[in-house]
Design a protein around this ligand. Structure first.
Ligand SMILES: *Cc1c(COP(=O)(O)O)cnc(C)c1O
Length: 396
C-alpha cells in the first residue's frame, strides 16, 4: 500500500495527462514484429515500427541468438565493466567499427544509454554543447546530465548554428555539436555537409546520432555516409533497435576516445548490458545489412517509400519534410489525428498518432514508417483506408 496522499497526488497528475490526451495506449503484439503483425487480436499492416529492413523476425538472427545462448547461456551475469563481457562482444565491436568505418567501437545496453552516458562523459564544465532543437530525448537528457553549457540552434538550420557558434567561439574550452542524422518525427535529414563545414571552421567536435539513418541511407551506413562526411564525424552513435531489427546501442570513434568513454560513461559502467545472445543477433544483423542482400533490402525499402509517399500525396495529404522512409501525414489537430489513427486501425492498418507534446501544437500528425517487407497489397490497403477516412474526417 502506498501512502494515501501519494496515491491521490499521482492519481490527479494522471488525470491531467488523460484530460490533455497525453496518454499512451499500449497495443499488445501477439506475433513477431513484422510488416504485418497480430496486434490486439487482429492482423494488421504495420506502419508503426522502426524495423525498416524487416530483420526483427529474421531466422538468421534467431539462429545466431540460439547458438550463442547454447554456448554462453542467457544472462550476462553482471555489469560488463565489472565482471567482463562475453568474447562475442569483441567480434561485435570489430564489426561495428567496420560498419561505421571507425578505428574502434563500443556497444551500450541501449541507444538511449549511449547518449545519456557519453555526452556527460565527453564534455565538462567550461565546455558548450550546440544542439538541434528537435534532437532526440536521450540527447536532451545526456546534455542535462553534463556540466557543459547548452545552446539550442534552430532545426536543421546551419545559418542559425553559425550565429550560435560565433557567439560561443573563444568563450569555452571545447565546443560539441550534436545532431540526429535523421529526425524521427519529420523524417528529414540533418544538413551534415554544412554542419561538418562549420565544425571544421570553429574547431568543434561533431556528434551524430544516426538511429533512423543506419540501414536506410548511404547504402546502409547511414546519413554521414549518404552525405559524404563520415570522416568528419567524431562520435558516430547508433542503435540496433531500428533498421537492424534487434536491441542495443553503439558508438564508433578512435581507439583513445572509445577507451575513454568506456571508462567514464556511467550508463556503461553502472548498467548491465544485453545478453550475449543479443550480441550474436546484432552481429548477424550487421553482416546482413553490409551484404548484397542488405543493399537489396534497402532498395525495396526505398521503392516502397516512394510508392507510399506518392500515394499519400496523390490523395492530398501533407507529408511535410519527409526525405526518408519516415513519412508523416501532418494533420494539425489532436482529435482528428487520434480519430484517423483509430479508424485506420479498424481497417487493419496500424499507425501511431503523434500529438503535443511530442510535436509542436498545430503539427499533430500520424507517423508512417515504411518497411522493406511491405507488399504492394499492404501499401494499397493502407492508402485505401487513408483515402476513405481522410475524406470522412475532412482532412483531404
Ligand atoms: C530511437 C532513438 C534512440 C534510442 O535508441 P534505443 O536503442 O531504442 O534506446 C536514440 N537516439 C535517437 C535519435 C533515436 O531515434
Amino acid at each position: 500500500m502506498v501512502r494515501p496522499w501519494v496515491k491521490e497526488y499521482y492519481g490527479l497528475k494522471l488525470k491531467e495527462l488523460i484530460e490533455r490526451g497525453e496518454i499512451w495506449e499500449i497495443k499488445r503484439l501477439m506475433s513477431p514484429a513484422g510488416p504485418r503483425a497480430v496486434v490486439d487480436g487482429r492482423e494488421v499492416v504495420v506502419l508503426a515500427s522502426n524495423n525498416y529492413l524487416n530483420l526483427a523476425n529474421d531466422p538468421r538472427l534467431k539462429q545466431a541468438a540460439v547458438e550463442a545462448m547454447e554456448k554462453y547461456g542467457w544472462g550476462p551475469g553482471a555489469v560488463w565493466a565489472i565482471a567482463g563481457y562475453h568474447e562475442i562482444l569483441d567480434a561485435l565491436h570489430r564489426k561495428i567499427a567496420e560498419f561505421k568505418r571507425t578505428e574502434a567501437a563500443l556497444v551500450f545496453p541501449t541507444g538511449f544509454a549511449v547518449n545519456a552516458g557519453t555526452i556527460p562523459a565527453i564534455v565538462e564544465q567550461g565546455d558548450v554543447i550546440l544542439s538541434d532543437e528537435l534532437n532526440h530525448g536521450s540527447i536532451i537528457d545526456g546534455i542535462r546530465l553534463s556540466r557543459a553549457e547548452k545552446v539550442i540552434y534552430k532545426h536543421c538550420d546551419p545559418s542559425d548554428l553559425e550565429d550560435k557558434l560565433r557567439q560561443v567561439h573563444g568563450k569555452y574550452k571545447k565546443i560539441l555539436i550534436v545532431t540526429d542524422g535523421v529526425f524521427s518525427m519529420d523524417g528529414d535529414i540533418a544538413p551534415l555537409r554544412e554542419i561538418a563545414k562549420l565544425a571544421r571552421e570553429y574547431n568543434a567536435m561533431l556528434y551524430v546520432d544516426d538511429a533512423h539513418g543506419e540501414g536506410v541511407l548511404g547504402e546502409g551506413r547511414g546519413s554521414p555516409a549518404h552525405l559524404g562526411v563520415e570522416e568528419e564525424v567524431d562520435f558516430h552513435v547508433g542503435t540496433f533497435s531500428k533498421a537492424l531489427g534487434s536491441s542495443g546501442g553503439m558508438i564508433g570513434s578512435d581507439h583513445e576516445v572509445i577507451e575513454y568513454i568506456r571508462n567514464r560513461a556511467r550508463s556503461w559502467l553502472l548498467s548491465t548490458g544485453f545478453p550475449p545472445a543479443v550480441a550474436a543477433a546484432n552481429l548477424k544483423a550487421l553482416e546482413i545489412v553490409m551484404s548484397d542482400e542488405g543493399r537489396e533490402r534497402i532498395r525495396r525499402l526505398w521503392e516502397n517509400r516512394e510508392y507510399f509517399k506518392k500515394g499519400l500525396e496523390g490523395i492530398g495529404f501533407n507529408t511535410g519534410k519527409s526525405q526518408t522512409p519516415i513519412v508523416p501525414v501532418i494533420i494539425g489537430d489532436t482529435k482528428k489525428t487520434r480519430e484517423l489513427a483509430r479508424s485506420l486501425f479498424d481497417e487493419g492498418v496500424f499507425v501511431v498518432p503523434i500529438v503535443y507534446p511530442m510535436v509542436a501544437r498545430g503539427t499533430e500528425r500520424i507517423r508512417n514508417q515504411v518497411n522493406a517487407g511491405h507488399t504492394r497489397d499492404d501499401l494499397d490497403k493502407a492508402l485505401a483506408a487513408y483515402e476513405k477516412h481522410g475524406r470522412r474526417l475532412g482532412i483531404v
